[in-house]
Design a protein around this ligand. Structure first.
Ligand SMILES: N[C@@H](CCC(=O)N[C@@H](CS)C(=O)NCC(=O)O)C(=O)O
Length: 242
């Protein structure tokens, strides 16, 4: 969907509580370019007709780009954000080996790691028979365990997920990996490389900032955030641009 070709700072529509959009907030802060945030409560507002005007499937995140386009899907959003300043080293030019490795890791995190937790979110949000709940959580447990084992081996002793410096993959990873704190599926300390990267990220100012945003605490040290904007305001802009 397009609104106007005016160049406005991008708007990230992030989901609370604990949305996977967390990584996109971190990535925006790492880049330091100006942006707005729009807070979307889940499952209420995210599934409303109003929100579905900008995201047909009713999920967060969504990004309104500087050109006024709305894009969804974390990988597309992260790649868009990263491409706005390749000099920061958190993303790579398409067609390079770096881009391929990053895209591979993002896809892995977005499917295998993200999906592994889906049964736990489902059991949290739905009334289920104990036997149905057990089938789902057993399935989820096996998937989370496998994803952690595989990722631990993939990462090895590299300082960050892809190598010597942090990338969009690390930003996305922390937003998903922290789900283990709610569901307590694995003991991450049994995966020392993942635990090390997790601890590094938790100490990162942009990650501390993103937690504060989600918890509605005063954010300390915003690098790029201009402020929050309401969904209604964005929709009015969409209408007036037609
Ligand atoms: N494939 C999408 C998945 C997005 C997704 O599932 N978002 C969740 C939050 S992590 C959501 O909006 N759920 C709606 C709800 O819980 O009602 C992506 O990677 O962006």
């Amino acid at each position: 969907m397009q609104t106007s070709r005016d160049n406005h700072p991008p708007v990230l529509f992030y989901g609370v509580p604990s949305g996977c959009s967390f990584g996109s907030i971190v990535a925006l802060e790492w880049l330091g370019l100006p942006y707005h945030l729009c807070r979307i409560e889940m499952p209420g507002v995210v599934s409303s007709d109003a929100y579905k005007r900008i995201n047909a499937v009713g999920e967060t995140p969504t990004l309104r780009t500087a050109a006024g386009d709305f894009i969804s899907e974390s990988i597309a959003i992260l790649n868009h954000i990263g491409a706005s300043d390749l000099d920061r080293g958190i993303a790579f030019a398409q067609g390079t080996p770096g881009f391929d490795r990053l895209n591979q890791m993002l896809a892995y995190l977005n499917t295998s790691l993200f999906d592994a937790y889906a049964p736990f979110w489902y059991t949290l949000e739905h009334e289920l028979d104990p036997s149905d709940k057990k089938v789902l959580t057993d399935y989820g447990q096996a998937k989370v365990l496998k994803a952690h084992t595989d990722l631990e081996a993939m990462v090895g002793e590299k300082p960050w997920l892809l190598g010597e410096h942090r990338t969009l993959a690390d930003a996305y990873f922390i937003g998903i990996a922290r789900w283990n704190e709610y569901h307590q599926v694995v003991d991450r300390r049994e995966y020392p490389n993942l635990q090390r990267i997790y601890d590094q990220l938790e100490a990162d100012p942009a990650v501390v900032f993103a937690h504060a945003i989600e918890r509605q605490q005063p954010p300390i040290g915003a690098v790029g955030l201009i402020g929050h904007i309401a969904l209604e305001e964005v929709l009015e802009q969409v209408l007036s641009a037609k």
